[in-house]
Write a protein that binds this ligand. Sequence first.
Ligand code: OAD
Length: 257
Amino acid sequence: MAPPELDALGAAARALGRADLVVVATGAGMSRESGIPTFREALTGLWARFDPEEMATEQAFRRAPARVFGWYAWRRMVVRAAVPHAGYDAIVALERLLPEVLVVTQNVDGLHARAGSRRVVELHGSLERFRCLDAGHPYPADAVPEPATEGELAPPACPRCGAPIRPGVVWFGEVLPEREVALAWEAAARCAVMLVVGTSGLVQPAAALPRVARDAGAFVVEVNPEPSDVSPFATVVCRGSAGVVLPALVARMGGSA
Ligand code: OAD
């Protein structure tokens, strides 16, 4: 009798091999092995004393624009230096092996596209997108300074209306982008397999996707070293890290990352 994790891996590999559409739903844990802290890990350095759920809000930005803008500019720096790990390459390999794969991510770090994934839906926006606070006028990311050190950074003013420039990410209390939500929910309701990787399943509405898939009859695979709010909706759970489990999955399918 193979150990449970091998059974889960084998069952997941078989389900993937039969799948017409696979949705890969990822959270912050997907980037952990690329050196990017998960959302709920303690913030480091200057930011350690702030609660990310408090910082990632329009209220915090209006109250302390330089602190919040500096935090995002610093995160963009960290992310730009990050390298997608083998788990990202495994997802790209799945895209080559299977008829249709859609990546739906809560992450704002852009690592899926950087790894070569071609169809990525960013539910929570991106650290590389900026717009003005009042009218939403787009602002070129290249015009946003890269901070020399961790610290406060005053946001630039919109050249069109003078409002402060804000990060193009979804803050707590804000709605998700309509087009991305429609794409994600349509795919979740149609997919044969949903691979849920590295999310605690705590933040709605993204956390609802595994249930949408399961209720529509999909085979749901969770990849996470810890139990999460996704686990009850998983058909199988591969208890392990993204950088180890995803390449092992592709290997079991006879592919290589
Ligand atoms: P969390 O920090 O809530 O959860 C990260 C999950 O990744 C946890 O379940 C960890 O056990 C798991 N994990 C850690 N290391 C891992 C690894 N190497 N491989 C696989 N999994 C690993 O992050 P999210 O669930 O993504 O949204 O949080 C969702 C949202 O919370 C974020 O997108 C953010 C915040 O609201 C916005 O900012 C709008």
